[in-house]
Design a protein. Sequence first.
Length: 130
Amino acid sequence: MINLAYISPFFIVANVKTSVAFYIDKLGFEIRYIGPDDDPFWAIVGRDNISIMLKAIIPDVKPVPNHTRHDWAPWDAYISTREPDSLFEEYRSKAVAFRKPIHDNSDDIRGFEIEDADGYVLFFGRPNSN
């Protein structure tokens, strides 16, 4: 029996509290875990069936989003959504800043890009054939 449920990207962040606040306040995620209680340095945030792990290592270990390494790697996470247009409108109504607004890209994927507090680029979308 296949037992894979989901995958969670793991992002190194500069400050866990700042990163968590972005996902909660801007994208409607919830905190699934944050710890340790006395001085949190890692968290899991999520919405619906997806989660993202966030961890601050030490001040010298900085976030390194894919797009800073090469133009051909524009995204750090692809988040599949059945209705990218509706989600785009939800985020637009919350004044979320878009790296790229809703569009059909050259791979025939409809969606939009958001850059998080640490520069990671999230693409929310779906193939046009679905």
